[in-house]
Design a binder for this molecule. Sequence first.
Ligand SMILES: NC(=O)c1ccc[n+]([C@@H]2O[C@H](COP(=O)([O-])OP(=O)(O)OC[C@H]3O[C@@H](n4cnc5c(N)ncnc54)[C@H](OP(=O)(O)O)[C@@H]3O)[C@@H](O)[C@H]2O)c1
Length: 236
Amino acid sequence: MPGEAGKSRLSHPNFSPCRFHSQKGKSQLAPLFFNIIKMAFPGRKYISKLSGNHILIFGGSSGIGYCVAEASLEHGATVTISGSGPAKLTAAVDKLKSTYPELAGGVHGYTCDLSQPQALEANLETLFRNACPDASSKLDHVVFCAGNAIKPVPITGATVDSFQAASYVRLLGSAMVAKLAPKYLVPGPASSITLTSGTMGDKGYPGLAANSTYCVAREGLAPGLAFIPEVSILSR
Ligand SMILES: NC(=O)c1ccc[n+]([C@@H]2O[C@H](COP(=O)([O-])OP(=O)(O)OC[C@H]3O[C@@H](n4cnc5c(N)ncnc54)[C@H](OP(=O)(O)O)[C@@H]3O)[C@@H](O)[C@H]2O)c1
């Protein structure tokens, strides 16, 4: 996970390359694995920088988010992944556990549907509480890769509702995650929230005017969040 430009993660008092969250149910083998990595690569400041970190990945049940989960595990982190429904999420958790059996205790998954604006904050609070049941399981990084399928609608057929609905998961979801996450993140500049957008804001596609609009809006969200105290915000 990249650190904020000009700030060294390694010099920050909150950063400990061998910190391990004693969350209930986590494998006793995980700390051993992290120590083996550290011993195998002494003095490597990049390869072990996620070691012992806890990373929450929205949209971690497939695509980019799933790859972030795999990469995080390979770099020694524990992961909590989220998606809207249980079947795909359970399959993703099981696949991660079978791919990395020695790290299986460090893989968790909880559903959180981001497509219902009225329930969005309540769903997110429940997810954060599940992911961080105690102070020792606080998050180091939150990565937002969730994105639902949006049916193309030509602007001539768009309604206020259809245009707004395209913002729910990606834009409102990102904004409310940024609102609630700091309470569950380890305070300090080494912690981060990463938002993903897309190139649709630079190049239009037929029927996807709303998607293009919200891609640009998410780009604008990141600098708007720069005033969250002591958390690095990254976007693209
Ligand atoms: N792949 C690319 O080339 C590319 C390029 C630029 C930008 N992007 C953007 O990056 C993001 C991820 O892309 P991807 O290719 O990895 O997509 P993906 O494979 O379809 O993954 C989307 C993730 O979002 C979750 N999700 C969907 N609807 C949700 C909802 N209502 N509430 C909570 N989670 C939900 C999905 O889980 P469930 O299905 O279980 O809900 C899944 O985990 C998207 O916003 C996409 O637009 C992708």
